[in-house]
Design a protein around this ligand. Sequence first.
Ligand SMILES: [Zn+2]
Length: 139
Amino acid sequence: MPENEKYSVKKIFDIAYAHRLLNYKGKCENLHGHNGKIEIKIESANLDEEEMVADFNEIKEKAGKWLNDNLDHKTILCQKDPLVVLFKNTNQKLFLTEKNPTAEILCKIIYDNISALGLKVKSVKFWETETSAASYKKS
Ligand SMILES: [Zn+2]
């Protein structure tokens, strides 16, 4: 196969989540929600024995499950956020981030965690709203 050829597949997932940004002056300093859309792109120069980059079902079982278990319908807060202490006394599910939970940081977290499940992730694009997206990839 010529070196410049690559195959890719993309799968899109939807999550609902709440977050807020720390040390930020603007609307996003207040807890608020989004219906986010996550595009996971997997790329390969070669196809597997089933003539696929990756089985869509495998992507769903790995990436979809990780997103569902960790981010969907969760409150995503920076671990330094004072709200964390309040939430810990409730049954609310939290996902804590080391840095501010921006779309960019969530992209990298998703990329790292989904890659660790054995998927050859090329890039992750995170649509925070219908018109605003961030993406992350390793070159
Ligand atoms: Zn937001």
